[in-house]
Ligand binder design. Structure first.
Ligand SMILES: Nc1ncnc2c1ncn2[C@@H]1O[C@H](COP(=O)(O)OP(=O)(O)O)[C@@H](O)[C@H]1O
Ligand SMILES: [Mg+2]
Length: 463
């Protein structure tokens, strides 16, 4: 197999110097997940990657990209010296995109980016070799890294593009140059930084600025922002394929039948009826499937084969993963949705909780972050949904206090200042027959609650 990057290609793409030329089979920015043969890129984030170059080389890195001397590294080590490692990684990403023959799909939106990206990986994977971003790699280093990792022989590539602030999506979209751009939805995530939903809409629409000629915009038909998004698509010279429940949608979700652990969606696509069986529950996944099939259609792929492939899709850890637990007195179910939370996804998670067969349904909710001034109201407004879906609600964080106080007294489990304080209370209350949903923004560290619940398991089994 030919290398992902030859030494000469690395030098040409980055403008760096590599006295001892070495080829790389992969690209890594983290020694914990580095594979032998990878190019290790020393980025600066919470830590300075230069402090890990010696470790990377000891673990078998083919070479390391650096912009300063790294401690404990031999003078003759295989180093690629560049002026700035982040800029050089971006250049390598651009080179990976430029040489690729793959059809690129880029995904943005307030909620559902990673889920849609993973569904695209599954659906397009049935049609040809497909490369997709790892994890939620969607920012100024995640997008270049995804592009730099794109294998030479990929037929399809899926890039996730996110933002925390205005102006972040456009440069990443121009780097990824997608043939198809998907906007999952315009919600309220990060409204604290952006100011308004209209501003969020404009920011998300910036993904269209990166579209290739004759590109396609896959847009949410149920959104009040569809007209504005369609205008932006027209300005970018893109064709629109809309998806959603409205009869106006090009790809319409006509029916969804959800069970406790699966669901079936019926779609109409240009008049063609399609069924999609999903191995994970949730109306929201059916909508994501519509966006995915719209993208496959835009790429002129086989939508029937892609729809069939989606039956293998399963939500990952932290995104609604179902964990069956054995407690001393019987079985219980954990819905691990601890990775992220925004109002729309909390409602989606609560709907899945409501669909569970259980003696008692329990919701454990941590703060939804970065909602700014709107935060207290957006939390309190979820109280009726939480009370309807759950028999008991546990909350942590100052924002969730607003939801907790708005609950009927009989539904109140406990409120704690943070997840570490809440975790033992939830673990102690957890009983056989329970179904427990754990959800909150990553910064709310709800993984601590998941860990405390899982610690009560006597067998440990993931379904
Ligand atoms: N279309 C959707 N509507 C509502 N919630 C969704 C949707 N798609 C995914 N979710 C839920 O939102 C949360 C975040 O999903 P994720 O795909 O990681 O979003 P992102 O990558 O945009 O942060 C998860 O709990 C997921 O189950
Ligand atoms: Mg994500």
């Amino acid at each position: 197999m030919s290398a992902l990057w030859t030494g000469a290609e690395l030098v040409a793409a980055t403008g760096g110097q590599m006295p001892r030329e070495a080829a790389a089979t992969g690209v890594s920015i983290d020694t914990r997940s580095l594979a032998p043969g990878d190019l290790f890129v020393a980025l600066r984030d919470a830590r300075d990657g230069h402090d890990f170059v010696a470790e990377a080389l000891a673990k078998g890195a083919a070479a390391a990209m650096v912009d300063r001397d790294a401690p404990g590294v031999a003078p003759d080590a295989p180093l690629l010296r560049v002026a700035d490692t982040l800029a050089a990684l971006t250049a390598l990403g651009a080179a990976g995109r430029a040489r690729s023959q793959a059809r690129f799909v880029a995904v943005t939106g307030s909620v559902g980016k990673t889920t849609t990206k993973e569904m695209l990986r599954t659906a397009l994977g049935a049609l040809g070799p497909t490369h997709a971003a790892a994890a939620s790699y969607n920012n100024h280093w995640g997008v270049p890294l995804t592009l730099a990792r794109c294998p030479r022989d990929s037929r399809f590539a899926v890039v996730e593009i996110g933002m925390n602030n205005r102006g972040e999506i456009a440069p990443l979209a121009k780097l990824a140059r997608p043939h198809v751009a998907v906007i999952t939805m315009i919600g309220t995530s990060h409204i604290g930084r952006l100011g308004s939903q209209a501003a969020i809409c404009e920011e998300k629409a910036d993904i269209l600025l990166g579209l290739e000629r004759n590109g396609v915009a896959v847009l949410p038909a149920d959104s009040a922002f569809l007209p504005r998004l369609a205008d932006r698509a027209a300005a970018a010279g893109a064709r629109v394929i809309s998806f959603g429940e409205t009869a106006r949608a090009d790809v319409q979700l006509t029916d969804y039948v959800g069970g406790a652990d699966r669901g079936t969606a019926r779609l109409l696509m240009d008049g063609l009826p399609l069924s999609v069986h999903l191995a994970a529950p949730g109306h929201h996944l059916a909508l994501n499937a519509c966006a995915v099939l719209a993208a496959v259609h835009a790429l002129e792929g086989d939508v029937v084969a892609a729809a069939e492939a989606l039956s293998a899709f399963d939500a990952g850890a932290g995104r609604g993963q179902r964990v069956k637990l054995a407690l001393p007195g019987g079985a219980a179910l954990l819905l691990d949705d601890s990775y992220n939370a925004a109002p729309v996804s909390v409602r989606a998670g609560l709907a899945v909780l409501a669909a569970q067969q259980a003696t008692r349904r329990v919701a454990v909710l941590g703060d939804m972050l970065e909602l700014g001034e709107a935060g207290p109201a957006l939390h309190a407004e979820l109280a009726p949904d939480a009370a309807a879906a759950a028999d008991l609600v546990f909350c942590c964080g100052p924002q969730m206090r607003h939801l907790f106080d708005a609950l009927p007294a009989a539904k109140r489990g406990a409120h704690a200042p943070d997840s570490a304080a809440l975790a033992p209370l939830v673990a102690a209350a957890f009983a056989p027959g329970d179904a427990v949903l754990v959800k909150g923004s990553l910064g709310s560290r709800m993984a601590a609650v998941v860990a405390a619940i899982r610690a009560r398991d006597t067998a440990g089994m993931t379904t």
